[in-house]
Design a protein around this ligand. Structure first.
Ligand code: NAD
Length: 347
């Protein structure tokens, strides 16, 4: 058993009502001029959350894919108000803006995640320009503190909750067979899948159930931890490639995941056994597929904007520059995987 384990220094405050400690978290960093970041839709809610905080400015124009032009506007706003800290309240898109500002300025970020993307626990940043997304890892962008308050997630629409939750499960699943995985990460990944798989079907039925929301947010924290220090493989590569065809991030992850697990099944038996245990299912791929069916989310790439004519090109891109993966990544079986995901076949 040989492995390397790295732990990242983020301070995590978890629990219903924990948002009331936001001002104290900012004070711990010695910050006095906060730039508050949100998407336009969440701007009002975020201002409510920020009461009592030393807010120097608000940037409420965060959008998906962190486009460079909008990032530049956010960086300019941080300079203009002389911010000494960014507080992001929202999902992966919003956190992406805090990270982009930190990347060029080293401003500390305090993240208040309200989806299950897990971005708040990683050093991964991404900025898009002209249809391509540049990504990288940099310790500067890692939030110094993260406040997980499930009460802030009660209004997260069921469809977003489900897709974002499956995205989190995908982080855990690939961490279980990552070439740079380790026993601690595997424990977190198994527990993350268990917590999310238990919570998501209940959220689909009762979106305002605080206990289920707490379970899902707990699972997403673990999922974020798993991708923070391990590499992703075929599943994430395919989703990255499909993102280049304009497909939505979380939905793509949820559709591809069971098929990617089927692809890797025989090459990663220990990982599959952990997933099966966490899902209480006899097969990882079908277990994930059946979980998704209960959530009422799209099950076919055809339903989220993929064109059948583009499948071959997607398979070619994925096979030509693969990420390390337990099973060799080859064009023909990857194309078959994509066809199955396109049609929404039970794997
Ligand atoms: P998102 O941040 O785009 O949010 C989706 C929508 O939900 C937005 O309209 C948002 O305003 C709304 N919303 C968020 N929280 C809400 C709440 N509590 N109640 C009601 N509405 C709410 O979606 P996401 O899935 O969280 O993030 C996806 C993005 O994150 C992608 O761009 C992806 O690349 C990135 N990401 C990055 C990392 C990383 O480590 N860097 C990891 C995972 C995802």
């Amino acid at each position: 058993m040989n492995f390397t384990y790295v732990s990242l220094p983020t301070r995590v405050v978890f629990g219903a009502g924990s948002i009331r400690g936001l001002a104290a978290e900012v004070e711990r960093l010695g910050a006095r001029r906060v730039l508050l970041i949100s998407t336009p839709g969440r701007a009002q809610m975020v201002r409510g959350v920020a009461q009592g905080l030393a807010v120097a400015g608000v940037f409420d124009r965060a959008v998906m894919h962190t486009p460079l032009a909008v990032v530049e506007a956010a960086r300019e706003e941080a300079r203009r108000v002389n911010a000494d800290c960014c507080v992001t309240v929202g999902g992966g898109s919003t956190i992406g803006f805090g990270k982009a500002i930190a990347l060029s300025s080293s401003l500390p970020v305090v993240a208040v995640p309200t989806t299950y993307s897990g971005s708040e626990m990683t050093t991964i940043w991404g900025v898009s320009e002209g249809g391509t997304k540049k990504t990288g890892r940099d310790p500067k962008v890692l939030p110094r503190a993260v406040i997980y308050d499930p009460e802030l997630t009660l209004d997260l629409p069921v469809a977003v909750s489900a897709a974002s939750g499956m995205n989190a499960i995908a982080h855990c699943a690939e961490a279980l067979y990552a070439h740079d995985g380790n026993p601690i990460i595997s424990l977190m990944a198994g527990e993350g899948i268990r917590a999310l798989a238990a919570a998501l079907p209940k959220i689909a039925l009762h979106p305002k159930d605080l206990q289920s929301r707490t379970g899902a947010l707990y699972g997403s924290w673990l999922a974020g931890m798993t991708i923070s220090t391990t590499s992703v493989a075929l599943h994430h590569k395919l989703c990255h490639v499909l993102g280049g065809f304009g497909l939505p991030h979380a939905e793509t992850h949820s559709i591809v995941l069971p098929h990617a697990m089927r692809y890797n099944r025989d090459a990663a038996p220990e990982a599959m056994a952990r997933i099966e245990k966490a899902l209480a299912a006899s097969d990882a791929a079908t277990g994930l597929f059946d979980l998704e069916k209960k959530l009422g989310i799209p099950m076919r790439l055809a339903d989220i904007g993929m064109k059948e004519a583009d499948l071959e090109r997607a398979a070619r891109i994925a096979a030509d520059a693969p990420y390390p993966n337990p099973r060799k990544v080859e064009y023909a079986p990857v194309l078959e995987l994509l066809h199955n995901a396109f049609e929404g076949k039970r794997p």
